[in-house]
Design a protein around this ligand. Structure first.
Ligand code: PGA
Length: 242
């Protein structure tokens, strides 16, 4: 695991964008899995700017989302699909046939999880999984638990995760779905490269546990320690407990 501490969230975004742009330049048809949340927003802005300035060609890249709320269709403003479209894919001019996202409003969530896992496999797996980390240590929506699901699955969100997502629902906690579909930890860790980003002092304790603590399912992000090609990109504040 390579740990890279940058001076600021902006510098984290720049470095993450550079890594992604380099990977796309090396392999224009790569498959990338992307997170939702506050942390990746500066990265997405940076990618849009770099794209405009240096013409990175994203036209053959496949974009996957790590997770999605159950019950929300793609047009729901708080869906992770809509989030990615709004903050990254539309400004980059990504075409619909390059976007592979989970359908939160599928009638059968278990079947949808299986379909998604197959879609990833059909695409040859994920090349780069970009991850945030929840304050409780989740990656994707793989919440701390005694047992983790390896593959894409239906799950119940932790109360802390629902609270952390309330901003997407106008701060109305009751509107935050109780269930989600997420890539599993094996789906994520099968990616050829993993890029975990965390910024801000609030993430410092969990970053410390994930990176320097034992590998444990009670901190799902600690499993990233097992990946042979993982980069952890932190700002100074998130790295302050290391
Ligand atoms: P955040 O979410 O970027 O909004 O802190 C991180 C996560 O839950 O993965």
């Amino acid at each position: 695991m390579h740990i890279d501490v940058q001076p600021s969230p902006r510098a984290v975004a720049r470095e993450a964008a550079r890594l992604i742009a380099d990977a796309v330049a090396d392999r224009p048809s790569l498959a990338i899995a992307l997170p939702t949340g506050q942390t990746p927003l500066p990265l997405y802005r940076e990618l849009i700017v770099s794209y405009a300035q240096s013409k990175i060609d994203f036209s053959q890249v496949s974009f996957f989302n790590l997770d999605e709320f159950v019950g929300l269709g793609h047009t729901h403003a708080a869906s992770y699909h809509a989030f990615l479209k709004h903050h990254l894919l539309d400004p980059l001019g990504i075409r619909a046939n390059q976007i592979f996202t989970i359908r939160g409003d599928a009638r059968d969530s278990v079947a949808e999880a299986a379909r998604y896992e197959q879609a990833i496999a059909k695409r040859g797996g994920i090349d780069i999984a970009v991850l945030g980390i929840g304050a409780n240590g989740h990656i994707g929506f793989n919440e701390p638990a005694r047992h983790l699901h390896p593959r894409t699955h239906l799950l119940t969100l932790a109360p802390a995760t629902r609270r952390a997502n309330a901003w997407l629902f106008g701060d109305r906690l009751r509107d935050v779905p109780r269930q989600a579909i997420s890539m599993g930890v094996a789906t994520i860790l099968s990616a050829r490269g993993v890029l975990l980003i965390a910024t801000g002092a609030a993430k410092a304790p969990i970053v410390h546990r994930a990176i320097q603590g034992p590998v444990t399912t009670s901190v799902p992000a600690s499993l990233v320690q097992l990946h042979p090609d993982a980069i952890v990109l932190l700002d100074k504040a998130a790295a302050s407990r290391l």
